[in-house]
Design a binder for this molecule. Sequence first.
Ligand code: UTP
Length: 297
Amino acid sequence: MKHKVTKAVFPVAGMGTRFLPATKSVPKEIMTLVDRPLIQYAIDEARAAGITEFIFVTSRGKSALEDYFDHAPELEASLRAKGKTALLDTLQATNMDSGAIAYVRQHQALGLGHAVWCARHLIGDEPFAVLLPDDVIAAEKPCLQQMVEAYSETGGSMVAAMEVAPEKASAYGVLDVHPAIRSVLPVRGMVEKPAPGTAPSNLAVIGRYILSPDVMRHLDTIDPGAGGEIQLTDAIAAQISQTNNVYGYRFDGQRFDCGSKAGFLQATVAFGLARPDLRDELGDYLTDMVALRQAAE
Ligand code: UTP
């Protein structure tokens, strides 16, 4: 591999206001999709892509997240004593090596770009991945793994991209790309939350990135952008104009926006239906619900 990525940043310092009141005391990343917290899906995806160093950018009120990554020796001993080996395996699969996780604090929620910048001393001079745990991606080959493989050829920086309906584009960072049929699209420019009708394409950036470390230098100097926040998109746009070496990656898979209530519910249904132990019962229930709704119309 020409360009290797071993570090990943997980920005989890946001306030999660769309899930109030739950997020008063439960970090959004600990909320459960079927039986696993959102953060576990992101960690598993990062591990599958070869990540070995996990950097969490946290904030006040996120201690449940740190606790989640502690080992649970008493629980393991109890499951072992009762011969509950399947549960024991499930639990042990979440254990992280000592020293693999580092936490840095973002003292004020000044934006995603600022959260990533908070990890600069741990990143040093290496390319790194960024995963937003509220974007959950169902894919045969995990999304970040697809990107790491493509990135080993391109270097530079790479952002995950998906097509969205034109009327939805203003909710995302949107790419201006050189036309290409392949999954890897050279990027000409990037706009955060374009005003309706002004988006340069229908390719929206979602929460998976591989970034060259010079993005930190841009984050040092850029001013607040859309929404008064320090935007990661703006720093990547600065990379584009300086290096012309930024790529969009059209991944295979389905992305769920678990930062929104509707997206979270859709993901719950989709991941529930994908589980052999739940598929039949949940499927029957959904069929009944649809029939009831149709009967009522
Ligand atoms: P969101 O835009 O979803 O914001 O952040 P949020 O605070 O999590 O949720 P809402 O909009 O209030 O409901 C996208 C990602 O960036 C992180 C969040 O934790 C989330 O993973 N983030 C955002 C930070 O770490 N710091 C920030 O200042 C802003």
